[in-house]
Design a protein around this ligand. Sequence first.
Ligand code: NDP
Length: 334
Amino acid sequence: MSHLTINLTLEEIYDLAKTALLSQGANEENAAAIANTVTIAERDGAISHGLFRIPGYIVGLQSKKVVGTATPEIEEVTPIIFRCDAKNGYAPLTHEHCLPPLIDAAKKFGLAAVAIQNSHHFAALWPEVEKMSEAGLIGLTTVSYLPWVAPAGGKTPIFGTNPMAFSWPRAGKNPVVIDMATSSMAMGEVMIAARDGYEVPLGTGLSESGELTTDAAEIVKGVLLPFGGHKGSALALMVELLSGPLVGETFSYETQERDKAEEGPARGGQFILAISPDILSGKNTSEQTDRFFEKYDAIEGARTPGARRHKNRENSGPRSVNADLVKTIEQLRT
Ligand code: NDP
């Protein structure tokens, strides 16, 4: 794929994504929800989860592995516990369905959780947690995927890239949003580096023969490593447990056992927790946290997680998109 880019407005990005998904079997609700997720990723500069993902979303629709007309079903297990069957659909519509009752319950009872099952999550996690913080809540979510990451000290993959996202609400300000893979690098980023022929830092992963390498294409064929040695490896393990057995879903290796990778993104689970800091603490936490973040922001060289994306968001102008990718998606729009 060449490095040539073209400029597209956010509306054009949304329309390109949505019309391609509609033409490949997604219904209006699913196509709109996915196109929105892809557009806000491009808007925020998270390009590995923007239009880059559309061909992958479409592979899942074409193979019928993912149901483009799925309507998620939510069960209220207790007043604060929800179970959501995504019905083999893509995650964005599931989030549109399950976040409002989760948010209402957490605002009423102080905390609430949802166990999502049979979902195909192929996106970044911050949209879910930001939504909860817009309602004054802390959001926490985890997802596991296919086993691409070896535990610290090993060469055999057992973890997914296992992202987790956390968001803290701030009255009148953007929330503080941490959204990170527990692998040294998200697989999407390694794939983009492989596509564009860039090297990745040593320690990102191992080649097929188990050697450390900076060649992204070799790592795509081999195995990723967790970030931060044994500590990142421990967090990846936590994400496996939260996104698998806790929500009645699969570990990454079990996901792989039932998955046909060539047919599109894998099916799995997601854990989402919402907490009201005001109800839990019995206080209004705004002033205290504002004082903390004033101190934090005053530290030279430091910035809060999420600030880069929120800064990108202030620009409502066109985004620079890989020209070959746009051509590929246009061709998929039959
Ligand atoms: P990054 O390493 O780019 O960023 C991780 C976090 O650190 C972000 O919150 C980021 O904020 C913050 N951050 C980055 N630099 C700094 C800094 N200098 N100071 C303070 N904070 C900083 O993310 P990853 O590559 O690990 O993950 C990329 C995406 O991939 C995530 O959105 C994740 O959800 C997604 N993903 C999805 C998977 C799935 O199965 N659906 C699997 C794996 C990953 P900021 O955004 O502002 O830069």
